[in-house]
Design a protein around this ligand. Structure first.
Ligand code: UFG
Length: 332
C-alpha cells in the first residue's frame, strides 16, 4: 500500500513516516519545510534503512499535487501539513485560515479527481474547547478558542460534508492530545528554533541552558497542585495510532473520530518533577500569571480508539521525558 504523507518532515509526520516504513508501507512525502528541516529526510532513511520519494512544495499548490497523484499510485493519504501554533494563529488568523483550509481543500479535490478516497486527518483535542466533564469522549460538544483550533474544527466539518456527498470516502479523524517525546534513536524529535510555546520544548530549552527559567502559567487552577493538567502522549505511540487508522480505513468506508491520548493527566509541576528526576537535571521555574485561553485540565477517554482501532498508548511519562531529553542533547 502506498501512502502519501503531507507534512511528513514535521514532528509527528516524521515519526509516522518511520512507523509506516517499518510497518512495510511504501510512502511518498510532500513538505515545504515551513516548520521542519530537509535533514529529517535523511534521518528517517537512516533509522529505517529504507528509501522513499520526496516532493518539496506546498499542499496548496494544485499543480504540484496533481503531479504527485499522476506520478505515484497513491492508495491513501495522511494529512499532517498545517500551521499549529495557537498564539501565532491569534496574531495572523488569515494566514492560518488560508494555509490550513486551502491545503485541505486542494488535497481533497486532487484526491477526488484521482479517485483516492482514503484519508487520515490530524485533528486536535483543541476542538473540545473547554470541556465541562473529564475524561473527554469523542461525542462531547465541539467549540474552539483560537483560529488554529477553528481551522481544525472547520476541516472536520469539510471532511464530514465530503463523506455525506460521497459515501465511498473513508476518513479517520485523529484528535491528538499533547504529544511529547522523540524517537529512541535520538535522530528525530521536536526542536523549535524560536522561543517555544509548548511546555516540553520550553523545559528542554531550560534543561540545555538556552533559556533561564520556565514560567509556570498559573498555580490557582482547580487541579491537584493548582497547575494545568494535560494528557501527554509519546509521539511514537501517537504515530502508531496512524497505522491503526490506515488499517481501519483500508477496507471500509465511513467517517469516524478517535481520541489519541493516554487517558492520564499530569500537571505542569509533575512534568517538571518527572523530567528532572529521570534526566537528573534541574529545571528552574517560577510561577507566572495564567496564559489567556488555557483551561484547567484536559485528558482523553481513549477507549473508543482501543475498541475500534485496537490501539493503546504504551509508553509512560518517564520514557517521554527521557526520549525528549536524549533528542535535544544529541542535536544541541
Ligand atoms: N505551560 C506552562 N509554561 C509554558 C508552556 C506551557 O506552564 O511555558 C503549561 C500550560 O499553561 C498548560 C500546559 O503547560 O497548562 C501545556 O501547555 P502546552 O502549550 O504544551 O499545550 P496546550 O495543552 O496548551 O496545547 C496543546 C497544543 C495545541 C493543541 C492542544 C490540544 O499546543 O496545539 O494541546 O489540547 F490544540
Amino acid at each position: 500500500m502506498k501512502i502519501l504523507v503531507t507534512g511528513g518532515c514535521g514532528y509527528i509526520g516524521s515519526h509516522t513516516c518511520v512507523e509506516l516504513l517499518e510497518g512495510g508501507y511504501e510512502i511518498v512525502v510532500v513538505d515545504n519545510f515551513s516548520n521542519s528541516k530537509p535533514e529529517v529526510i535523511d534521518k528517517i532513511k537512516e533509522i529505517t534503512k529504507k528509501d522513499f520519494k520526496f516532493y518539496e512544495g506546498n499542499v496548496c499548490d494544485k499543480t504540484l499535487m496533481n503531479k504527485i497523484f499522476d506520478e505515484e499510485n497513491i492508495d491513501a493519504v495522511i494529512h499532517f501539513a498545517g500551521y499549529k501554533a495557537v498564539g501565532e494563529s491569534v496574531k495572523y488568523p488569515l494566514m492560518y485560515y488560508r494555509n490550513n483550509i486551502d491545503s485541505t481543500l486542494t488535497l481533497c479535490e486532487v484526491m477526488n479527481s484521482h479517485n483516492v478516497k482514503k484519508l487520515v486527518f490530524s485533528s486536535s483535542a483543541t476542538v473540545y474547547g473547554k470541556p465541562k466533564v473529564l475524561p473527554i469522549k469523542e461525542d462531547f460538544p465541539l467549540s474552539t478558542t483560537n483560529p488554529y483550533g477553528s481551522t481544525k474544527l472547520m476541516i472536520e466539518g469539510i471532511l464530514k460534508d465530503i463523506y455525506i456527498s460521497d459515501n465511498s470516502w473513508s476518513i479517520a479523524i485523529l484528535r491528538y492530545f499533547n504529544p511529547i517525546g522523540a524517537h529512541e534513536s535520538g535522530l528525530i524529535g521536536e526542536n523549535p528554533n524560536d522561543i517555544p510555546n509548548n511546555l516540553m520544548p520550553y523545559i528542554m530549552k531550560v534543561a540545555t541552558g538556552k533559556l533561564e527559567c520556565l514560567s509556570v502559567f498559573g498555580n490557582d487552577y482547580d487541579t491537584k497542585d493548582g497547575t494545568g493538567v494535560r494528557d501527554y502522549i509519546h509521539v511514537v505511540d501517537l504515530s502508531k495510532g496512524h497505522l491503526k487508522a490506515i488499517e481501519k480505513i483500508k477496507d471500509t468506508t465511513g467517517i469516524d473520530y478517535y481520541n489519541l491520548g493516554t487517558g492520564k493527566g499530569y500537571s505542569v509541576l509533575e512534568i517538571v518533577d518527572n523530567f528532572s528526576k529521570v534526566n537528573n537535571v534541574k529545571i528552574n521555574y517560577k510561577i507566572a500569571p495564567r496564559r489567556p485561553g488555557d483551561i484547567d485540565a484536559c485528558y482523553a477517554d481513549p477507549s473508543y480508539a482501543k475498541e475500534q482501532l485496537g490501539w493503546t498508548a504504551e509508553k509512560g511519562i518517564e520514557e517521554m521525558c527521557r526520549d525528549s531529553y536524549r533528542f535535544v542533547m544529541k542535536n544541541k
